[in-house]
Design a protein around this ligand. Structure first.
Ligand SMILES: [Zn+2]
Length: 144
């Protein structure tokens, strides 16, 4: 089964693991969700079948704000793989989401060299070839 409206793959697309199915399903609706422990009452990252803090399997999915701050950034002047060759220079960043988890992504919508630690960012989406959407981040209006 293929979705003819989806664009061809222009980057390496993450595989869907069993633990991350709920995450990727939500990206089809451009919703960012995080794994959530019902006992600890907090989000964690990456998706896994038990909470990394209490080891209980009481985990589910909870919508995230999509907002956060850049914790660290690297500007890639040489592509990490051939599919990224047309995007250099690009910014690979660790983003601290407001929900307290740290994720790795790209910051787009700004010159890569202008991405700064502490910058407020918000999720934006890039369509993938199979109907999923890849969460990326762009400067958020909270930054003056
Ligand atoms: Zn827990």
């Amino acid at each position: 089964m293929s979705d003819t409206s989806a664009p061809p793959a222009t980057r390496i697309e993450p595989p869907v693991t069993e633990e991350a199915e709920g995450f990727w399903d939500a990206t089809r609706r451009r919703e960012l969700v995080l794994p959530w422990c019902g006992h600890c009452r907090r989000a964690f990252w990456y998706p896994r079948p038990v909470c990394p803090s209490c080891l209980r399997p009481d985990v589910g999915w909870k919508p995230a704000s999509g907002r956060g701050q850049v914790h660290a950034v690297s500007v890639m002047y040489r592509p990490a793989n051939p599919t990224m060759a047309g995007r250099v220079p690009y910014a690979v960043a660790l983003v601290d989401l407001d929900e307290g988890v740290r994720v790795m992504s790209n910051v787009v919508g700004i010159e890569a060299s202008e991405v700064k630690v502490g910058m407020d960012v918000a999720v934006t989406w890039e369509a993938m070839s199979d109907g999923r959407n890849l969460p990326l981040f762009a400067p958020d209006a909270r930054t003056p």
